[in-house]
Write a protein of this length. Structure first.
Length: 136
């Protein structure tokens, strides 16, 4: 499991706080309070990185906090609140596999997955994870 810490910059907007990641343009989060914005930043960062990995995009190395001082302020002149590090566990790259199963089993899996708002792949992956964890 790889852990990285990406720098984030929090700004005060008209309706709350928003967070941007200088190393990951387009990755932003929002919150009505400083606490909520910082917490949401973790989720936004993980989701952004997961999509980059899924799409095969290279992950940039995090800028060090020492080098972050060279980052220019927000071009819209939004007041900066703070700069902080956000921890992210880099998800494993997903691969496509081909499985053969009984049609009735697939139908049961699909119904169960739908009931809890998951995809078939997510349901099977979680089921396998649980079976493997139970062996430990």
């Amino acid at each position: 499991m790889e852990i990285r810490h990406y720098p984030a910059i929090m700004y005060r907007g008209s309706e709350g706080m928003w967070v941007g990641f200088p190393d990951l343009p387009g990755c932003v989060s929002f919150g009505k309070t400083v606490q909520e914005a910082a917490t949401n930043a973790e989720e936004a960062l993980f989701g952004h990185i997961a999509l980059m990995i899924r799409d095969g995009d290279p992950l940039p190395d995090p800028t060090s906090m020492d080098d972050l001082e060279t980052i220019a302020p927000d071009p819209e002149d939004t007041p900066e609140v703070t700069r902080f590090l956000v921890r992210v566990e880099i998800p494993a790259r997903w691969i496509r596999i081909n499985l053969s199963m009984a049609e009735t089993l697939v139908a049961r899996i699909d119904r169960a997955a739908k009931e809890i708002g998951m995809s078939r792949s997510g349901y099977l992956a979680e089921s396998a994870r649980r079976m493997l964890d139970a062996r430990s």
